[in-house]
Ligand binder design. Sequence first.
Ligand SMILES: [Zn+2]
Length: 105
Amino acid sequence: MDFGAPPEPDVAGEALSHRAVLYMQNVQSVDDAVATVVHESSHVTQMARRIEVPHAPTQMNEYLAFRREALYSLGRRPSLAERLELMHKVRRLYPSLPSGGLKGH
Ligand SMILES: [Zn+2]
């Protein structure tokens, strides 16, 4: 947990090579904190498995992280429609990242 200023105004968390950082100034609730840790833990796992390059995530890396976050938030596996919405959300949030193979146009 980092109680200082986050690196960017809206960032609540960040995955470094072997740990996740939670920027507490941008965390609104305990649920938000846990969801952020779950999201960032996906990035850490992907980096450990060499599916994600540190500081160079793809849209697919973000999709996988949001999908893991949805498992926590929904308490179940997201439906096909919810997973498609996650793909669209990732494209909206990260238009400049390489796709990394993310489909669902
Ligand atoms: Zn992410």
